[in-house]
Design a protein around this ligand. Structure first.
Ligand SMILES: Cc1cc2nc3c(=O)[nH]c(=O)nc-3n(C[C@H](O)[C@H](O)[C@H](O)COP(=O)(O)O)c2cc1C
Ligand code: SF4
Ligand code: SF4
Length: 388
């Protein structure tokens, strides 16, 4: 592995910033071996929950929801996968197998408990089994405290994180739900409570409806929702948290191509977690993500991920008062490329697009506001924005 990819993350030396996120893709030694083979820096093992019910997943538990029109659509992966199915002893045996095999991939255990006693007991057990770190699952979209949103997540963090930190010598990370009023505040509480790193984020709880059966799809209830779209919310909050906490951040959510890894690092992440992309395409994509990252570093002359971490934060991000509000742009149509489909004319709410019936071509008129929307919908890429 190219040394330029290696990062230090909360005291762990990782050969790559790419981490496989906690889920079925990291549930057992056999899965972790694949992650190791293809070059993951670390894996966060599937979460082991204290609540017994959370060890049993229904079938089916996955679906991909594609909705909308061809040029305006979303792809959502919905799942109702529960926690690790075996006992905590089985879980520790998976960790032992990974360590005995001498994998280069670091092993981060993930536990989710309801009582302080269990948090402490299990933290000690996974440490003793050889885990390199612990990610506290304070974020599961199916758990009571995330569903209820009774505002006590910060209180729970302040109580449970110090207890786990005090119980073990390995680094303790804290994973966040995106379903918070202000994730930056929770991130600060996590840091003050002793977390050595933050994972932002887990997934949202959502629902889709079968309109004829008149009930929720899949298992019949709310489920975890994610998809390529999820990255934008995470980038926004990570870029804000970057200057509010000093512990490193592991960006997570919506990675579907190599550029997404780069975006997470530019927004302030030191590592990036990938989950559903592996379910959808298999473990070999890790290799491509590492190569893509190196390609970007070559292009910009970076020797380390830290050379570009956090560039798109702080003053790079315009606030309310900084945005240039002058109407400086107008659309223009490349007459050669226009095929006369009228897609643009039908949608412009400013009536800024005329149509030459003889030539069968669209043209921009002076009502164009410069809003910038029509280039996103022209099927032939004929429209661009120019200075007025
Ligand atoms: C099927 C599935 C199971 C998951 N199980 C867990 C889990 O046990 N513990 C956890 O912390 N996060 C779990 N997650 C959340 C992922 O670790 C990750 O935070 C989330 O999927 C966002 O990443 P992605 O957009 O790359 O999928 C799960 C996600 C999926 C899709
Ligand atoms: S959408 Fe594009 S191709 Fe269609 S009429 Fe407008 S400019 Fe021409
Ligand atoms: S840029 Fe906006 S206002 Fe101008 S033509 Fe396109 S959609 Fe209409």
């Amino acid at each position: 592995m190219d040394k330029r990819l290696s990062v230090e993350f909360a005291g762990l030396q990782l050969r790559s910033p790419i981490i496989l996120a906690s889920s079925g893709i990291t549930k057992a030694f056999e899965n972790v071996k694949k992650a190791d083979h293809y070059g993951a820096g670390a894996v966060v093992l599937k979460s082991k929950f204290e609540e017994e019910l959370m060890a049993h997943s229904p079938t089916p538990r996955f679906t991909v929801i594609r909705r909308g029109k061809k040029d305006y659509c979303s792809t959502t992966n919905m799942s109702y996968e529960q926690g690790y199915e075996g006992s905590i002893e089985d879980y520790c045996n998976e960790i032992r197998q990974c360590k005995v095999a001498g994998l280069e991939t670091k092993i981060i255990a993930s536990i989710g408990c309801s009582t302080k006693e269990c948090w402490v007991k299990w933290a000690k057990m996974v440490e003793e089994a050889g885990a390199d770190a612990i990610e506290m699952n304070l974020s599961c979209p199916h758990s009571d405290y995330v569903i209820a949103q009774t505002g006590h997540i910060n209180q729970m963090v302040a109580e449970m994180v110090p207890a786990v930190v005090a119980a073990v010598d390995i680094p303790v990370f804290s994973k966040m739900t995106p379903q918070l009023e202000n994730p930056s505040i929770t991130a600060q509480v996590m840091e003050q409570s002793g977390a050595k790193a933050l994972t932002a984020f887990s997934r949202c709880l959502g629902m889709d409806i079968d309109i004829d059966a008149q009930k929720p799809v899949l298992h019949g209830g709310y489920g975890g929702h994610g998809g390529p779209w999820a990255i934008h919310y995470a980038l926004r909050w990570i870029s804000e948290m970057y200057n509010k906490v000093s512990v490193p951040i592991s960006g997570c959510g919506g990675v579907v191509e190599g550029d997404d890894i780069i975006k997470y690092i530019l927004a302030g992440s030191t590592t990036v977690q990938v989950c559903f992309m592996i379910y959808a395409y298999g473990y070999s994509v890790i290799e491509g993500l590492n190569q893509h990252l190196l390609g970007y570093m070559d292009k910009h002359g970076y020797q380390s991920v830290l050379d570009f971490r956090g560039i798109v934060t702080g003053s790079r991000i315009k606030g309310l008062k900084d945005v240039d509000r002058r109407k400086t742009l107008i659309a223009t149509v490349d007459q050669e490329k226009c095929v006369g489909c009228k897609r643009c004319q039908n949608m412009c709410i400013f009536d800024g697009i005329g149509f030459d019936d003889e030539k069968k071509k669209a043209f921009i008129n002076k009502k164009c506001d410069g809003c910038g929307l029509c280039p996103s919908f022209c099927p032939t890429g004929s429209i661009s924005m120019i200075k007025r």
